[in-house]
Structure formats: structure tokens, C-alpha cells
Design a protein. Structure first.
Length: 315
């Protein structure tokens, strides 16, 4: 699905969504909504019922021969679950029996609670919970999505309000490293190496750094855009801009993409502005907009609003 298709899907009534990929997107949004609601509750703590609830939200109405939303895996003797592949460092066999999985998941929850009580920082304990959860691989389907939602929930509960939900984008952009690290850390632990999970924690920390910086840049971009719009309106009200210049600036902002001079001159709104005016008037209007830095003309003769770097799109 494209970004636009995903956005349209998320705006639909969940009962009207059809198709595997749209349903996955809607389910994931529901899981993140559940995560935010939980994390905002005073005194909330991770427990097995919450993990099951997240899994139920993520996998509801998705076809799978064995998966049951909210139910831990319990393999029959004839079916073995394997995790990983050769391209990402090999395969391993997680626990197969439901009783073992339930025991390990409760142990994981208790272990995390102990880390909290000892004051281990969230940026250390949360990726460790994520890592060990994925090793247990407790469900037939949706384990990766559940693990990332659990991670986001724990981080938000610890006071990180925005970056946790952007972190999944970092994992997606570095998906090969993400999968490879599970096997690398697992093998390091098996060999008895000191601090075998450090690499995964470092990967998580780098993801948080990148996500926070991107959010910071995005906020700066939004603030810059608002200030730019305010300045344009003020200059128009003070008669520093004529109606044509005001229209050009706002049309470039609304376009979301740069326009070449030729493209702009072919648009109906531009032709209406200048249909009875001389070409010198067009040139003067544009020159003044450039002098005021409300419009930027790049090396490819494309026009950008002055608040946007020619290397970026407006979104």
C-alpha cells in the first residue's frame, strides 16, 4: 500500500475495511491506540493480559491457519515453529509448548518489573524486553508488530511521548540489521560472551536518536511554515504585496511540490492573474517576491516557497 492508500484506509470505519494489507494497517493503528491509552493510565505496568490484548488488536480478522487473536502459541507435535533465516544469521527454534510460553512470558513481565523497581532506565530495559519477547516468539503471527507496540507503550509510559511511535519507521528503514541483530545477540549469549545484548540496545538507542532528531526537524519545519504564512499575510495587509504576489505565494505553498516557471504560467489561476497585463508586470512581481525571499528559484528553474529548502517537499 502507498502512504496515501494507508491514510485513506485509516480514515475508514474499521467495519468497512476489506483486504489483507488495509486490515493490517487498521489493526496496527488500533494497537497503537490501545498502547497510548494504557501508557497514560497512572501506575500502569506491563502484564501478560495487556500483551494478549495488543496481539488481539493486531491480528483480529486476519486469516491464519493456527493463529487465534490474543492466544499464546501451543504447537502440536507435528508442527515446529522456526524463527529467522540464513540471510539474517540463521534460524532458531523458540519454545513450542503453550505451558512453556506462558511461563516464560510471565517471567519476562516479572523480570521487567524488577528492572523498573531497581531504577534501570527505560532506554536500557525496554529494548531488552523487546529482544527477549521476540526470542520467546509467543504467538503464531504478529510477533514483530506486537514487540514494537510493547516497546512503544513502555517508552511512552516512561515519559517519551512521540519518538516511541516513530521508532517503528527506523526499524523498517533498517529491517535487515534489525533481524540480523536478534541472531547475533542470541549467538553471543549462547557462547557466553559478556554483555551479549549490548548491540541490540545500541541499535535501539540510535533509533531513538534518529527519531527524536526527525521529530525535532519536523516541528521546526511546521513552526517555520506558520511564521512564513503569518509574514506573508502581514505584508499583504500592509500593502507590501499586491494580490497577484499574495496569490502566487499561497498557490506555491498549496502545491506541496515545486513548479517550474513554465508549469506555473500554464495554470488557470496564474493566467487569470495576468491575462490583461504586460509581461513586464509578471517579471516585476516575481523579482520582488525573490527579493523579499518569499519565493526561491532553484538551478532547475523551479519555484519554491521561501520557507522551504529546495531539497525538501512541503508536507
Amino acid at each position: 500500500m502507498t502512504e496515501e492508500e494507508t491514510q485513506l484506509t485509516l480514515e475508514l470505519d474499521p467495519g468497512l475495511v476489506a483486504g489483507e494489507e488495509p486490515r493490517r494497517a487498521v489493526n496496527l493503528k488500533a494497537a497503537y491506540d490501545l498502547a497510548q491509552q494504557a501508557a497514560m493510565q497512572p501506575g500502569w505496568r506491563l502484564d501478560a493480559p495487556f500483551i494478549r490484548a495488543v496481539h488481539a488488536a493486531i491480528t483480529q480478522h486476519l486469516a491464519h491457519p493456527y493463529n487465534q487473536p490474543g492466544a499464546f502459541r501451543d504447537n502440536p507435535k507435528s508442527i515446529k515453529t522456526q524463527v529467522g533465516n540464513r540471510e539474517h544469521g540463521g534460524q532458531c527454534q523458540p519454545p513450542q509448548h503453550g505451558h512453556d510460553i506462558e511461563t516464560l512470558m510471565q517471567a519476562l513481565v516479572d523480570w521487567h518489573r524488577g528492572l523498573e523497581e531497581r531504577g534501570v532506565p527505560a532506554l536500557i530495559r525496554v529494548p531488552l524486553v523487546h529482544y527477549h519477547y521476540e526470542l520467546i516468539h509467543p504467538f503464531w503471527d504478529g510477533n514483530g508488530r506486537v514487540g514494537r507496540v510493547l516497546e512503544a507503550t513502555l517508552l511512552q509510559a516512561a515519559g517519551f511521548h512521540y519518538a516511541p511511535f516513530a521508532l517503528a519507521g527506523y526499524y523498517l528503514a533498517h529491517i535487515d540489521e534489525y533481524f540480523t541483530l536478534f541472531n547475533r545477540c542470541r549467538k553471543a549469549a549462547k557462547k557466553g560472551q559478556a554483555h551479549p545484548h549490548t548491540a541490540f540496545v545500541q541499535f535501539h538507542l540510535e533509533g531513538m536518536r534518529v527519531s527524536i532528531n526527525r521529530l525535532h526537524d519536523r516541528v521546526n519545519q511546521i513552526v517555520g511554515l506558520l511564521l512564513f504564512k503569518t509574514q506573508v499575510r502581514q505584508w499583504y495587509d500592509e500593502n507590501m504585496l499586491n494580490v497577484r504576489q499574495y496569490t502566487i505565494t499561497n498557490q506555491l505553498l498549496a502545491a506541496n511540490l515545486p513548479l517550474t516557471l513554465a508549469e506555473m504560467r500554464r495554470t488557470p489561476w496564474y493566467q487569470n492573474l495576468y491575462q490583461q497585463l504586460a509581461d513586464k508586470t509578471r517579471q516585476r512581481d516575481l523579482r520582488q517576491l525573490q527579493e523579499l525571499k518569499l519565493v526561491v528559484l532553484d538551478e532547475r528553474a523551479r519555484l519554491w516557497p521561501g520557507c522551504v529548502s529546495p531539497t525538501l517537499n512541503i508536507s
